[in-house]
Every structure is written in C-alpha cells, then in structure tokens.
Design a protein around this ligand. Structure first.
Ligand code: ADP
Ligand code: MG
Ligand code: MG
Length: 902
C-alpha cells in the first residue's frame, strides 16, 4: 500500500530533505531538521500525491486513502506532546500548513490553534494559567478558520473582513481601542458573535469537532492549489500544475504565552545585499505571522542589526533600547541558542537559510527552514563568499546563480549626482535594492495604468502579487524587512521600500500624504530600494558596476562553458556593450537600419522606385559607402571575433513613404510624377508581408542589392585588414527554404567577392551561411548544408512559421492560450522544445551529416533565455546569440547547461 503520510518528531522522521517532490519544501525540511537535532514540534506531512488524488478523484477518494494514516499520525503527536485531540483538560492543538515543492504565495494561509472548541479552550486556560490567552487564541482560531477555510475573507479590496468588523463594533460598544484591551468576557462574546457570523454567511455552524476542523483545513489546502492566485503564480514561474501541494499538520507551540515567549523570522545572511550577517526580526508575546503582518513594529534579532535599523528608521538609541530592544538583549541565552541553530542549518544545507522560529516560555522551536529568497546582488555575493569560505566548490557556486536574476545587476542605479539635488520625501526600510521611477498607483490591479508605475500601499498581501509584478517598484507605509512586500519584492528582484512610517495613505481619496505634501495617483516618485529613500519626481539613473563579484561569476562561467555566446548587435556601440559583457562575436547583425538614417533613406527609395537595373545600381552605389563605413565600425568593435551580417531582410514596402507630403517630395527629387510614385508604392503592398517578398527573395529578384551588400562587407573587412585589425566577416542569407535559393545568392556573393579581391589585390577569409528559419530549410538541412559554411537558427521566424502564429497578431490570443493552459509558455520567449526544438535538432543533425564541422548557432530571442540555452547546448549548437544585456545571462546559462550535460 502506498504511504501517504510521513511523521516527524522527537529527533525522528520518515522523510528527509531530498524528498521535496513528495513532501513539499516545508515538510521535507521539517523532517530534516528533526534528523539533525534541531528542535521542531512534532507533526506529519500528507504527501503531494494526495493533492493529485484530491484534484482528480475528489474529496472522498482522498480522505479514504489517508484516513487511517492520519489518525495514527495524530495519535503520535498526542503521544509525543502528552495531549489529546479535543480534550477538555489537556487538548492537542495543531497548525495546518500548506507546502509545495517550492514556496508559493497563493497557497492556503496557515491555520493556527486548530482543535480549539468550547471545551478545549478551558484546558488551554488551565494549562497555561492564562485564561485571557486561551480565549484570545480561540477567537483568533475561529476568525482564521472562518477566513481561510470557510472562505469568509472578503474578495474585494474595499470590503472589510467580517470578523474585523465585529471586533470594531465591540470596541466601540466597550469604548476600547486595542485588541489587547478586550476582557475575557469580551473575548467570549467575540467567539459567539464570530460563530453567528459563520452561520449567517455559510449557512452552517462552525465545526466544533476537532476532526471535522482538521479535515476541513486539509481539504482547504488542496483546494487552494487551484485558486486563481496560485494558478497565476505558477504561470509566471513556470511551475507545473501536476506538482500539487503537501499538507503539514504540526503540534502548536505558543509565542504568545507572555513575555518569555516570542516569535520571529531570520536569515542566515542578508537577503538584500548578501552580507554574511545573521539577521531577522521578532516580536515578544506574539504568534504566527504577527511579525510579517505589519501591525506591530518588529524588533531586530541581533544588537548590531538593531542599531543599524534604528539609524535607518531615525530612532534614537534611548528609544531603541527601551521600546525596540534586540533579542540579543532581551533573551541572551535564547539568542545564543538561535545563533547555534542558524549556523548548524547553514552548514548543513550549505546555502543561506530563511528560518521561522517560536520561543514558548523560554524554549526555542524551529518551525521552518528553507533556502532564502534573495536579490540578484545577494545571490552573487553569497555564492562568491561561500566559495571563498570553502563551503561550496566553484561548480556548485555557479549552479547557485539563477541566470535570469543577473538582470537586476545589469540595469541602471540612480545617478549619484542627480541624487544630490533631489528632495528626500521619506525614508523606509531598504527592503529590496534597485532604483525605480514611476507614477503612483494605490491598487495592485491598477498597476498597469502607467507604463512605469510605483505601487503605493499601506501594506501588501498575496492578492497584490500580479500588480507587484507589473509595477516598477513598491512602497509600503507599514511592515518590516520580512513583510510580505519585502519578501515578495526580493523574490521578484523588484525595488521595494517598506515600512515608510511617515507615508500616510488614503485609499478612498487616492492620496498619499507625507508631512504637508500631498501626492495624487499618477504623480511621479522615485524609490531607492538600497537605502530606503523615497524621492520626489523622476530621478536620473546610471549604469552599474560590473567588476568585483559579478566578474568572478563571469569567470566561473568561462571555466565551464562549451558553447560560446554571441550578441545580436547592429551598431558599434551595441557591439561594444556586449563585448564588455563577454560576448564573443556577433550572431546577428541586421542591416536594415543602415538604410534609414539621414541621406540613406533617399538613396534607398530611389533604388526601390527606379524601374531599371541601371537606376537601381546608381542608387545602390550611393548606399555602398554608408554600409561599408557601418561595417567597419562593427567589425572593429568585434575585432578578433566573427560577425554574422544578415543581408537585407524586410519587404521593400517598409522603406517607402506613406504620407502624401513625403511622396510629393520624393517625386520632385526623382523627377517623376506623384502618380508614378503612388502607383509604385501600391505595387509593393502585400496581403501578408511576413510571408511575402522579403529575405533572399528580394536578393533573387534584385541581385544587385545582394552584390552591393557583399561588396560593402568585404571592402570594409579589407580596409580593416590594411590597418592591422582582425575582421572576420560571415555573410548570412535570410529566409532560405530551398537549397536552390541559397545557391543562387551564394553565386552572386562569391562572384562579387572574387571581383573585390581582384580589384584590391588582397584577400580575406570569410564565411557564407544561411539562416534556418523556414521549416523546409530545417527539413532539408542536408541539402542546404552543401552550400553553407554555417547555419544560424532564426527561432523567431521559425517559431512563427512552425506554429503558424503571426508574431504581430499573436497578442490577441496568446494570453488566452496561456490562461487556459493550452500553451505553458509564450513560444516567442521560451523555445517550444517539443515542436520547434525538433526542427532545430533535425537541422543540426542533417546539416552535420553532410558537413560534420558545420558551425551552428541560434540568433532568435531564445538565445538569451536560460531554458532555451540549455536546449541549445543539448543539441550541440556552437553558440547562442542574444541582445547585449542578455549576454551575461546566456553565459551563465550556457555554462550551467554544459555542467548538467557532462
Ligand atoms: P508560510 O508558508 O506562509 O510561511 P507557515 O506554514 O510557515 O506559512 O506558517 C506561518 C507561521 O505560522 C509560521 O511562521 C509560524 O510562526 C506559525 N506557525 C505555523 N505552525 C505553527 C505551530 N505548529 N506552532 C506555532 N506557530 C506556528
Ligand atoms: Mg502564509
Ligand atoms: Mg513559513
């Protein structure tokens, strides 16, 4: 019989850390912590397989499958804790926690204190000697269970939680202000009113039987796997639905049993900067997510952290010591124990840990550990430091780099000069580094109102996820470094300033007030996530520093890579930027822009409009020197590396004027009638230009264009050679579908080049190859290869033509396809390995079957996308080519792919 329930407790566990697929991340690590002697309250994990049974075969099938095992596991908790479920004297209380393989917002919130009812509450009161605490826990439980399991949490952002409303009413009746002002009889009254509300809203009475509560909560966890929030998160993070979530049921420990109790969260290193310093936040006499909820100001764990925090928050030492002392000061012995545990955990997992702990009456319990989310900068620093500290080797360090996250390090930061003249409006916590400038929005679902928006909230919640992802930056008035906003922003690599206390937000009027200044929706502000500063207006940004630790990561990448990384660049400047990032060559230099600037477009139009070959040649002769000069600049910037130049690709229609005034001007210049110009332009119109007269089809109709470009390329290379510069031209024919097309163009190119060599009395090595972007070219790659020195897979067009999706029109239906799971990912961003990938693989194999040394690369957008890069390595490509800013990402992805494949 399959095993669906895994228990842990008292230093023993059925599971262990590497069973994340089955137990979820939380469950696997709870088991592992038990095994390595870290104190963890006993409990059990229901496996992810049960989630699949639940979602496929329904509630009853799932419950039947696990009923016996769950009962036995609860009995084990009772035994280890000496309590009993539902007992009036010594009740067993548990938490029910969701936990997928990877931590995932959108999953069911944890339910604490499950097992409480009118009898059990008495037991808790007696046991703790604190009746108030018992009733407070009870009313929290009914509220939490009502919100989370019974679905009473309000859907809309304007609505208020029904339980909060009841509490507000009672406060008014009693003339009190704080939750802590309620008397025991008030709390009892709250429980009654809460339960009445449950009956009213759900039509059912609140479940008093602990077993009914437990099964309700377990089902709610499985249901939460299919909520729209969870589905959205899976979509943006590429997590498959099949994974499912596990459920953890665990004996409660209480951080809210008085002043010798506390709860907190901590990181073994700084998640924002990567600094090797234990840090975190805690609250005395608090439970569960109080620390991250932002309702009380959390205190720092270490004294040093506390002092740093006070400085940032402009809190005096006096006030800090009295009101916000560190755990190191308030509970030195427990602080020491926590230090030891964090060291043990980091050494064990050999990665930065994010941990959750609770102190119950002077005893420390760990409730969670996991590899901590971090910013791109922290990711790099931690990998470098751990390597240098001898904790991990270079390969491991490199594998720790999440290639896409390097992006955060490549983008601008605020210009320090510009910052000097800006007005600091407010200061919050540096929750997630980076620079952001944008227009204020107050609601997450309005984040897309502006191209650059800054989401300004009192605090954020999991509902805001989508909007947080869209906004450039996030500013919250409340919450610490571990608040929802801070943690999520760091995970997204998004700039965030949290807990800016002087920021007052009125959602109703949509106004943010700081001091006596008011800001409306749409007003510009800027955030510095590295310092916590909030500035008025737009602030100039500048380029980041790419040496130091970043440089080390790039060195590791070079040590392990097989493929080389080229760039797609059309200008010397782009080529230089990419080269600084370590690009080894240009995989795609488009030439069309070279026909646009200034005088060139006139010559180009003259060429297009003339009806004789002489006329065209005359116009092309004017273009030649421009092109030659452009190529010289690019070859020089990439000296020593290959530069693949693609011959003219877009349809000619794109180059002619469409406005009457410009058409008139052109007619005058060319000495022909406006009608003649108009008729020529309308001749060029096509029903479907993407599949029309473009690519090599142009060169076949007008070989003189191909000849001019070939000449410009080779003359440029020879000019550089004369100056001692190592230019390596590679001429690429676009949109080939049959070998005969390539042969036709190759003859023109080779013929022209021979002429140039003769004229110059000098030669240079060059390559002549083709794009593989039409399915037929891939299917007949063994024929095409006969005429080509290299292939470059143009996966943008190849995707378009294989799927039959027009890239320009796909926006109309792709979002639908993604929402409904018809496509798992946008095939224009992530290579469709099963479909388009087959053509790539076949192209490589067939091409190399006739030319074993055939050089093969990719130059579509996919060349800078890590999973696609991995695929390219797997099918044996020689290089990938991507836009300049993706080069470091592709380099790391290429090295990681090689490590995985070898
Ligand atoms: P999340 O995945 O959102 O972090 P958790 O399941 O970790 O949710 O629960 C949130 C918090 O609830 C924990 O950090 C902890 O403070 C509290 N908690 C969960 N289980 C228990 C427990 N058995 N005893 C005490 N507190 C608990
Ligand atoms: Mg949660
Ligand atoms: Mg947690």
């Amino acid at each position: 019989m399959a095993k669906y329930v895994y228990t842990f407790g008292n230093g023993k566990a059925d599971g262990k850390a590497d069973m994340k697929n089955l137990l979820g991340g939380k469950g696997a690590n709870l088991a592992e912590m038990n095994l390595i002697g870290v104190p963890v309250p006993p409990g059990f994990t229901i496996t992810t397989e049960v989630c699949t049974i639940y979602n496929q075969q329904g509630h009853d099938a799932a419950v039947n499958a696990i009923k016996k095992e769950v009962e036995a596991a609860v009995a084990q908790i009772e035994e280890l804790t000496g309590t009993s479920f539902g007992s009036k004297d010594n009740p067993c209380l548990v938490s029910v926690r969701s936990g997928a393989r990877v931590s995932m917002p959108g999953m069911m919130d944890t339910v604490l204190n499950l097992g409480l009812n009118d009898l059990a509450v008495q037991g808790i009161g007696k046991k703790s000697g604190n009746e108030w605490f018992a009733w407070d826990s009870y009313r929290r439980f009914v509220q939490m269970y009502g919100d989370v399991v019974l679905g009473m949490k309000p859907e809309s952002k304007e609505d208020i939680d029904p339980f909060e409303a009841i509490m507000e009413d009672l406060k008014e009746e009693k003339g009190i202000e704080l939750d802590t002002d309620f008397s025991i009889s008030d709390l009892k009254l709250l429980v009654i009113r809460f339960k009445e509300a449950v009956l009213k809203v759900t039509g059912k009475s609140f479940p008093d039987d602990p077993w009914e509560q437990l099964w309700g909560a377990v089902s709610a966890v499985f249901d939460s796997w299919m909520t729209s929030r969870a589905i959205y998160y899976r979509k943006i993070n590429g997590i498959p639905e099949e994974w499912g979530t596990a459920v953890n049921v665990q004996a409660m420990v209480f951080g809210n049993m008085g002043n010798s109790s506390a709860t907190g969260v901590a990181f073994t290193r700084d998640a924002g900067t990567g600094e090797d310093i234990f840090n975190g936040e805690y609250l005395i006499n608090a439970q569960g997510e109080d620390v991250v909820a932002g309702t009380r100001t959390p205190q720092q764990i270490s004294l040093e952290g506390s002092k740093r925090w006070a400085e940032l928050a402009s809190v005096s030492e006096e006030e800090r010591k009295n009101n916000y002392p560190s755990l190191e000061e308030t509970m030195p012995a427990l602080y020491k124990e926590l230090m030891e545990v964090q060291e043990k955990l980091e050494n064990h997992y050999k990665d930065m840990q994010d941990l959750e702990f609770t102190i119950q009456d002077g005893k420390l319990w760990l409730l969670q550990t996991r590899n901590g989310k971090r910013t791109g900068a922290a990711m790099v620093k931690i990998a470098v430091d751990m390597l240098e500290q001898g904790m991990i080797d270079e390969k491991t360090a490199l594998m720790r780099i999440e290639a896409n996250k390097l992006d955060e390090l490549l983008h601008p930061v605020f210009d320090t000069e510009a910052l000097k003249s800006t007005h600091v409006l407010a200061k919050g916590l540096p929750a997630s580094p980076g620079a952001a400038t944008g227009q204020i929005v107050f609601f997450a679902d309005e984040a897309s109102t502006y191209e650059n928006s800054i989401l300004v909230r009192i605090e954020t919640s999991p509902e805001d996820l989508e909007g947080m992802n869209i906004a450039r930056g996030i500013l919250t008035a409340r919450g610490g470094m571990t608040s929802h906003a801070a943690v999520v922003a760091r995970g997204m690599g998004k700039c965030c300033v949290s807990g800016a206390g002087s920021v007052k937000i009125d959602y109703k009027t949509r106004v943010m007030t700081i001091g006596d200044q008011k800001f409306k929706e749409g007003d510009w502000i800027s955030l510095n996530g590295s310092t916590g500063e909030v500035y008025e207006g737009k602030v100039q940004t500048m380029n980041p520093d790419l040496g130091g630790d970043f440089g080390k990561v790039m060195d590791w990448a070079s040590n392990f890579t097989r493929m080389s990384v080229r760039t797609n660049a059309d200008t010397p400047n782009d080529a230089q930027v990419a080269r600084n990032f370590g690009a080894q060559g240009i995989g795609l230099c488009r030439t069309e822009h070279m026909f646009f600037e200034g005088e060139r477009i006139k010559a180009m139009r003259e060429m297009i409009l003339s009806s004789t070959i002489e006329g065209r040649e005359k116009a092309l002769a004017k273009l030649l020197p421009y092109q030659r000069e452009d190529f010289e600049g690019i070859f020089e910037a990439m000296a020593g590396y290959g530069v693949t130049v693609r011959l003219l690709d877009p349809p000619l229609h794109e180059f002619v004027p469409h406005q009457q005034a410009t058409q008139k001007e052109l007619a005058k210049e060319m000495g022909i009638s406006l009608e003649a110009v108009k008729s020529k332009i309308s001749d060029l119109e096509e029903f479907n230009p993407m599949l029309g007269h473009r690519g090599c089809r142009l060169g076949i109709t007008y070989p003189e264009i191909t000849a001019m470009q070939a000449r410009a390329i080779i003359e440029a290379a020879l000019n550089l050679k004369a100056k001692g510069i190592d230019a390596r031209p590679e001429i690429m024919v676009p949109l080939v579908g049959t070998v005969a097309e390539l042969k036709n163009q190759a003859d023109v190119i080779r013929g022209t080049i021979e002429k140039v060599f003769e004229e110059r009395g000098d030669k240079i090595d060059y390559l002549l190859g083709t794009m593989i972007e039409i399915p037929r070219a891939a299917l007949t790659a063994d024929h095409v290869a006969a005429e080509a020195d290299f292939f470059s897979f143009g996966t943008n067009d190849l995707t378009q033509m294989t799927l039959g999706y027009s890239r320009d029109d796909a926006g109309k239906f792709l979002p639908d396809y993604l929402d409904r799971g018809i496509l798992k990912q946008d095939p224009f961003q992530v290579l469709d390995q099963t479909g388009v990938g087959q053509l790539v693989q076949m192209g490589v194999e067939k091409g190399r079957s006739v030319k074993p040394k055939l050089k093969v690369g990719i130059c579509g957008e996919h060349g800078g996308e890590p999973s696609s890069v991995e695929f390219c390595d797997g099918v044996g490509l020689d290089y990938v080519s991507c836009s300049p800013y993706r080069v470091p990402i592709a380099r790391v992805a290429a090295a990681q792919a090689n490590i995985k494949h070898s």
